[in-house]
Design a protein around this ligand. Structure first.
Ligand SMILES: CC(C)(COP(=O)(O)OP(=O)(O)OC[C@H]1O[C@@H](n2cnc3c(N)ncnc32)[C@H](O)[C@@H]1OP(=O)(O)O)[C@@H](O)C(=O)NCCC(=O)NCCS
Length: 171
């Protein structure tokens, strides 16, 4: 996929981000804690502030994958203010017609490399227990289930499990 490009989103990309994120929530509602109904009500400034590097988190890596300039995937790396040693993966999604070509793996590799460069000790995420494709993706990249399980969102019958990758010997 020589025309595949992965780049960092900026606030100027808010409309592109909004459309890909909403597409992901519509396509895979069982994969995310948030919902299409919730995020489709966000204002322009809410979308922009999510992409603002000085925003809520200590550090953020909002990535978009584009094929011949068309968005085909997103994923975020985040380090929260509360723990600079732990990076998190959020919002991983690849458009259905682009799956099975290594795009999620490429996004994940970028986030792992970013976390290592930030001297994080661990990188973690939550994944719906029945999501075989995502669980396979993370297992393949060295993530292990931590044993922590919780419901996908309040009232959901779906459960998520936390998966963690130890980065301490990865540098
Ligand atoms: C999960 C998802 C991101 C994978 O994207 P993708 O680009 O198709 O994945 P890749 O092609 O990079 O695959 C990388 C690895 O993931 C695993 N994998 C991907 N699809 C899989 C499937 N259907 N079944 C089992 N394992 C799978 C494999 O280990 C694969 O490596 P391999 O090809 O060497 O076997 C995609 O299916 C998706 O967007 N699903 C809906 C949203 C979602 O579930 N997001 C995750 C939230 S935690």
């Amino acid at each position: 996929m020589s025309e595949l490009k992965i780049r960092i989103l900026t606030p100027a990309d808010w409309l592109t981000y909004k459309s890909v994120r909403l597409a992901s929530l519509k396509d895979a509602p069982d994969s995310f804690g948030s919902t299409y109904e919730r995020e489709s009500a966000f204002s322009q400034s809410e979308w922009e502030s999510r992409l603002d590097p000085t925003g809520r988190a200590k550090a953020a890596l909002p990535l978009i994958a584009e094929f011949t300039k068309n968005p085909i995937g997103i994923a975020w790396g985040l380090v929260h203010d509360t723990d600079s040693k732990v990076a998190h993966v959020y919002q991983m999604w690849v458009s259905p017609d682009a799956r099975g070509k290594g795009i999620a793996k490429a996004l994940l590799d970028r986030i792992i490399a970013w976390a290592i460069a930030r001297n994080c000790d661990f990188i973690e995420l939550s994944v719906t227990t029945t999501n075989d494709a995502a669980v396979g993706l993370y297992q393949n990249s060295g993530f292990l289930a931590s044993g922590q399980v919780e419901e996908l969102r309040e009232g959901s019958t779906l459960m998520t499990k936390m998966m963690v990758k130890d980065l301490r010997n990865a540098a």
